[in-house]
Write a protein that binds this ligand. Structure first.
Ligand code: G3H
Ligand code: 13P
Ligand code: ZN
Length: 312
């Protein structure tokens, strides 16, 4: 299977009611884990990079960062047994979004969700015009997610307004929509039970019909938190979206399931364990290998949960 446009992957998922994992990467090792997992599960997969990841890869040179990820993912995709696409996650900066469109990404997200409705609509419309001219799909977000990341910060979440969603999709022509329904980025998503607003989700799906995206979808596996803490981390009160809640989200219309934190935690836990147990280690490949294997298992479990296994 070749490297494909994201729309191809998500249109199939939308038609057949399953979810596809969109996994964030910053480096080669995360990509290796994702591609191997996808091949073993015979699952389509979306690789995504934030603006921060592009900056990191290019050491501040955006074109270089875009080229790095495009060439890496295109090469892996073209030689893999499953459909693989590359997506820009949380694009905020016009020039960077355009650099990804020009640079071969299979889709981009314009995240102007921190702006008032009209501002979000106009910014999204502009990117849709540019991206559609070259056949690239666009994701946008309505409502805001709580959480602090490199480039994504909001103190409180504001859930999607379903009337606005209808107007937004109609006027922008956006391909995929991320409605805020109660998740947040990072490892600390819920104080009590994990509760999402499925009524809003169902309404957005019924009224718009396009592929929907769940941000902040990591499950934050307790055993990975425990392992990290056992080997020197200090992560307390972490809680993610349980698998049953992900399954329900997919049933009500989510097709793209964004996952970053789970791989970060799993990677760090495995690296901490290896370094503690192998004080003489100096070969980075030996340090990263167990982390790749551990991430692979986490990814495979998510693919099974979302229903994308054997859909390639
Ligand atoms: O939702 C954001 C992703 O987790 C990426 O985070 O900006 O720290 O790369 P980042
Ligand atoms: P998590 O922090 O739950 O992994 O969310 C990732 C995400 O939404 C990337 O856009
Ligand atoms: Zn996100």
């Amino acid at each position: 299977m070749p490297y494909v446009p994201t729309k191809e992957i998500l249109d199939d998922a939308n038609k057949k009611y399953y979810g596809v994992g969109a996994f964030n990467i910053n480096n080669l090792e995360f990509l290796q884990a994702i591609i191997e997992a996808a091949e073993e599960e015979n699952s389509p997969v979306i690789i995504e990079t934030s603006e921060g990841a592009i900056k990191y890869a290019g050491k501040g040179n955006i074109e270089r960062g875009v080229r790095f990820f495009y060439e890496l993912v295109k090469n892996y995709g073209d030689h893999s047994k499953v459909p693989v696409s590359l997506h820009l996650d949380h694009g905020k900066d016009f020039a960077k979004i355009v650099a990804c469109i020009k640079g071969g990404y299979g889709s981009v997200m314009i995240d102007a969700s921190d702006q008032p409705f009209e501002g979000n609509l106009n910014a999204t419309k502009k990117i849709v015009e540019i991206a559609h001219a070259v056949g690239i799909g666009v994701e946008a977000e309505l409502g805001t997610l709580k959480g602090i990341e490199d480039n994504v910060a909001a103190a409180e979440s504001v859930l999607v307004n379903t009337d606005e969603a209808r107007e937004f999709v109609e006027k922008t022509g956006v391909d995929f929509l991320a409605p805020a329904i109660g998740t947040s980025h990072g490892a600390f998503k819920f104080k009590g039970a994990a509760k999402l607003d499925f009524d809003r989700l169902k309404k957005v799906k019924e009224e718009n019909g396009i592929p929907l995206v769940l941000h902040g979808a990591s499950s934050v596996p307790p055993e990975q938190i425990e392992l990290a803490n056992q080997y020197g981390a200090d992560i307390k009160g972490a809680k993610g979206v349980p698998f049953e809640t992900l399954e329900e989200s997919v049933k009500y219309g989510i097709n793209k399931v964004n996952t970053d934190t789970d791989l970060r935690i799993t990677f760090i836990a495995a690296v901490r364990k290896f370094l503690k147990e192998t004080p003489g280690a100096i070969d980075p490949r030996k340090v990263f290998d167990p982390a790749i294997d551990a991430m692979k298992e986490i990814i495979k479990a998510r693919m099974k949960c979302l229903g994308s296994s054997n859909k390639a």
